[in-house]
Design a protein around this ligand. Structure first.
Ligand code: MG
Length: 266
């Protein structure tokens, strides 16, 4: 099933199932029992498909991207986090930080995993049973705050407001099949700048979920973003940084396109 989250014309926030006949409102709890009604969804504004308590992020998880970053492939998944403040909706702007100014804001296309049922200490074999579905993510990154001024960890450069666009829809696991067999790309101002496949991940989605759940509860609704392939702006010669007026699209096979304009923080 393809699921959207939206605000209706009265301001209420709902989920809906997208079908070939239109979108129909979902009743109940997406992370419990729910059903699709026959009521056409009154979509006034499309929202990020989930509103997670936390966004867990895996770094350096594609072989060629680790190489272009000049880093050895990690021996175990590299974790950092983005806060809920960073969430951004499809179509809404990515803001280049101006107060805590950055001059090196970059794009990263990533497959986002949405945990459907709380889990802890799951095996790699069982891990995908806890996944509700998948969406597109842009792991927007201020490379100066991530690398030069981050005190050797990445969170400062990764969790500015608007640095976690998600969407446009959640596609449930049954429709995705193997999450490590999906084409993934970034299109910047109409030009494809990343174009690869999730089969190049160093740690598969199942391995990531199993690892992150070790001695750690993954709550229902947790979003995990799973790393980006090569082609980021930082590794280009000359580097390619996002600027006000740009438009960046993340596209993943079977999910669709997540597009956001870029502006300067007011
Ligand atoms: Mg990333």
């Amino acid at each position: 099933m393809k699921i959207i989250r939206y605000q209706d014309s009265s301001g209420a926030i709902n989920y809906a199932a997208e079908t070939s006949d239109g979108a129909f409102r979902i009743e109940g709890d997406l992370f419990g029992d729910y059903s699709v009604t026959e009521e056409a969804a009154d979509v006034a504004k499309l929202l990020a498909p989930v509103d997670p308590e936390i966004i867990l992020c895996i770094g350096l998880n594609y072989k060629f991207h680790a190489e272009e970053s000049g880093m050895p492939a990690p021996e175990r998944p590299v974790l950092f986090v983005k806060g809920r403040n960073a969430l951004q909706h499809p179509g809404d702007p990515i803001e280049i930080p101006t107060k805590l100014a950055s001059h090196k804001v970059d794009y990263e296309c990533e497959l986002a995993v949405v945990i459907g049922k709380a889990c802890k200490n799951v095996s790699k074999e069982d891990a995908l049973d806890y996944v509700l579905g998948y969406t597109c993510a842009n792991d927007v990154s201020a490379r100066d705050w991530q690398i030069e001024w981050g005190g050797s960890q990445w969170t400062r450069g990764k969790t500015f407001d608007t640095f976690a666009p998600l969407g446009p829809r959640l596609v449930t696991s049954d429709e995705i099949g193997d999450p490590n067999a999906l084409k993934i790309k970034t299109i910047l101002n109409g030009e494809t700048v990343q174009d690869w496949n999730t089969n190049d991940m160093i740690f598969s989605v199942a391995e990531i979920v199993a690892f992150l759940s070790g001695s750690t509860t993954l709550l229902a609704g947790t979003v995990i973003i799973t790393g980006t392939p090569h082609g980021v702006g930082m590794a280009r010669k000359p580097p390619l940084w996002l600027k006000s007026g740009d438009e960046v699209t993340i596209e993943i096979e079977k999910i669709g396109q997540l597009t956001n304009p870029v502006i300067n923080e007011a």
